[in-house]
Design a protein around this ligand. Structure first.
Ligand code: ABF
Length: 233
């Protein structure tokens, strides 16, 4: 799929989700290239009179919203949201998701959890039978990285999984999230039971959050070549 086609599909998924947005809504705005398409469409609606207020999941999304005139607030001012629209890296059964390829998983999960309803926008390439081909992003604090890694390896073993744990960006230039943390990408290949694997993962003291979004999304708008499919949970 070339970049132009891919952008068109992302925009179609975003346009379908936009139909759920009503006047007066408090909107969680995720991040990533599909959400960027949503922000562009949203900005046009706002210019035409749509009255919404958004909370962005990343500095990048905030910047685009500000640039295009989508009004923003914070979860401190508006702690409860009506609808969150976000992208995903993988979408499996029951709308179990891997997110965090853009390193915004922590804010994305906070926003999704603060929202009455979460919907996902994606192109068809994101739909999988089993999660895990996409490396699972895990946000960890910088302090004690080595010790956290050991605990993560133990967690993998306990769950019958194995795979490389890779510090995103490498030791020389690690990626730092909007929250000042690092990301470890767990290259697992497959996560047959995401719910079981997620259990206890965030109990490791150095782990801040993980990219498994389970029982959060209610609906996904998935754009394929001929139509936008709606997947419900
Ligand atoms: C975000 O955007 C992330 O959680 C996920 O990593 C990513 C998907 O990106 P894209 O829309 O660019 O494929 O929602």
């Amino acid at each position: 799929m070339n970049a132009q086609m891919s952008a068109a599909l992302k925009s179609e998924a975003a346009a379908a989700a936009l139909k759920e947005v009503r006047n007066g809504m408090r909107l969680g705005i995720g991040s990533g290239s599909t959400v960027n398409e949503l922000i562009k469409l949203l900005a046009k609606e706002v210019a035409a009179g749509l009255d919404i207020i958004g909370v962005p999941a990343s500095e990048a999304s905030a910047q685009l919203c500000n640039q295009l005139g989508v009004p923003l607030t914070t979860l401190d001012e508006t702690p409860e949201l009506d609808l969150c629209i976000d992208g995903a890296d993988e979408i499996a059964n029951e709308l179990a998701l891997i997110k965090g390829g853009g390193a915004a998983l922590l804010r994305e999960k906070i926003i999704a959890t603060a929202s009455a309803r979460m919907v996902v926008i994606a192109d068809r390439s994101k739909v999988v039978d089993t999660l895990g081909k996409f490396p699972l992003p895990i946000e960890v604090v910088q302090f004690g990285l080595g010790a956290t890694r050991v605990k993560l390896e133990q967690h993998l073993k306990t769950n019958g999984l194995s795979g490389e744990l890779v510090l995103r960006g490498g030791a020389e230039a690690p990626v730092v999230t909007d929250n000042g943390n690092f990301i470890i990408d767990a290259h697992l290949g497959t996560i047959p039971d995401p719910e079981a694997f997620a259990k206890g993962l965030n109990d490791i003291p150095g782990v801040v959050e993980n990219g498994l979004f389970i029982n959060l999304a209610m609906r996904a708008y998935v754009a394929g070549d001929d139509r936008v499919e709606i997947i419900e949970r």
